[in-house]
Ligand binder design. Sequence first.
Ligand SMILES: [Zn+2]
Length: 319
Amino acid sequence: MATVHTATGPVDSADLGHVLVHEHVFIVGEEFRQNYQDDWDEDAKVAEAVRDLTELKELGIDTIFDPTVLGLGRYIPRIQRIAEQIDLNIVVATGLYTYNDIPFQFHYAGPGMLFDVPEPLVTLFTKDLTEGIADTGVRAAFLKCAIESQGLTPGVERVMRAVGQTSAQTGAPITVHTDPHSQSGLVAQRVLAEEGADLTKVVIGHSGDSVDIDYLMKLADAGSILGMDRFGLDLLLPFDQRVDIVVELCKRGYADRMALAHDAACFIDWFDHEAKKQALPKWNYRHISEEVLPALRERGVSDADITTMLVDVPRRYFE
Ligand SMILES: [Zn+2]
């Protein structure tokens, strides 16, 4: 057992229940919002999130891990306001989301740089994990970084090494946004291991966008958790293929190396809200409970394996 910090305080890892390991609540660029989103209605947005997450709890999900970090618009006071009104745990993250460069706030300070100080990313991530985020009193419980098709750019590498070091020092687990088509999960495993991170505490995010079983087994055989975490994003991989690859991995004994999610959000400012709903009608929090789990069972996945993916793997991630 381990203590897991959530937006409303600590819970025991044994009490996380059924978990979706990668769901956003809001992806909103705050600078963009303040300058260009004149129609933003904070109360309405919060009410929508409360409604969606209450629905999710009614479908049997008890906890979400929300990997919304710097670069995706993390804003904890809004998350707290929502978390206080629902009976579902929101576990928040620290880290930095980029496919290319790092923000200017970090360009001139760091080891061997103009202002020669210890890596400020490690300092900030560690503070979020051990003391709390800003003055909210909310502690992050896991780390997040990304490596896309652009590969290990200097900015991506700096963030990833800082995430690995912070994990090695604090024991906090990691989620990496990866691009399975360029097999960037293998690069993430190498770099994180070089920094001393425990690969069994790493979710290789968006692995479920791939049906390359050899690649997926290689990641899992190194101990990491495959994030089958984009159910509903059927434009990237259709529903049947997303389900079938989970079925096949379960058959091969990998249920204990997989975790499930949608990578959905109540609101994301990357797309027009209504156009997104039209193009991706299944990309919402309900899809796994309503359609994916029944399909997995129909295709032979046992209830024990489903419990492993939804309960045991997310719990072990923190223990
Ligand atoms: Zn995501």
